[in-house]
Design a protein around this ligand. Sequence first.
Ligand SMILES: NC(=O)c1ccc[n+]([C@@H]2O[C@H](COP(=O)([O-])OP(=O)(O)OC[C@H]3O[C@@H](n4cnc5c(N)ncnc54)[C@H](OP(=O)(O)O)[C@@H]3O)[C@@H](O)[C@H]2O)c1
Length: 240
Amino acid sequence: MTKYAVVTGADRGVGLALVREFVERGFHVFAGQYMPHQGQLEALQVQFPNQIEVVQLNVADDASVQAAAKYVMSKTDKLDMLVNNAAILGKIDDSILDEEMDFDQILQVINVTGLGALRVTHALIKPILNSEHKLVANISSEAGSIGQCYRTGWYGYAMAKAALNMHAVTTHNCIQEQGGQVMNFHPGWVKSYLSGTYTDRATLTPEQSAADLIKLIMDHKNYVGDKPAYIDNEGHTQLW
Ligand SMILES: NC(=O)c1ccc[n+]([C@@H]2O[C@H](COP(=O)([O-])OP(=O)(O)OC[C@H]3O[C@@H](n4cnc5c(N)ncnc54)[C@H](OP(=O)(O)O)[C@@H]3O)[C@@H](O)[C@H]2O)c1
């Protein structure tokens, strides 16, 4: 039977690489596209026309999420895996000691990086719980860990990822009786455009990170527990 996955923020980076990993495992993938201009996702779709559907999806926008979910649910009533990957970093330099802080931008980052995953999960929870795998995989970050936080800035992003972590636990608590499961990942330090410019000095390519993540995702049943697993790409547990 066909397995279905949704990946948000699939234009490039880890999201795009995860789409390929799912396709190589035979999944039918709905790939969330935010910025149609880049062409990498379209090129992958041309390679796998029967397995990838590009869906317009802005996770910060209720109407966009509803429209994307409606489309997915018109194609399948079973969604095995939802990967909440979309995020923005925003400004990281604002400090509590600065004369001014950019609260509008912090709100925007929280709306995309924190609330976005909740919007999408809520819109798709019925087909998720109707599927075999019933997995919500959040691409979080070590930056969302309160227990290991060393930063003096990164307010928007770190607060958003901490909120995403709480969404993971709350949602997991709510769906585990029905066999549902949430996993939370730090994908490693990945070369990408998340910071606005390409982070070449990071240690992993998106393809390397996704190759690690997909193994953990496919192995999700070994991580079933009272709380969601919160692990990095090598499987090391992160502090909440
Ligand atoms: N890179 C790292 O070292 C690192 C470390 C820890 C965690 N992470 C997490 O890993 C995930 C993937 O990041 P990445 O490094 O691959 O960066 P990325 O290439 O910037 O990927 C983020 C994706 O989200 C999309 N996006 C932005 N705003 C969106 C919105 N409103 N709705 C839907 N999609 C939106 C982006 O689209 P556009 O490209 O069109 O803007 C992009 O495709 C993120 O959750 C990030 O927080 C990354």
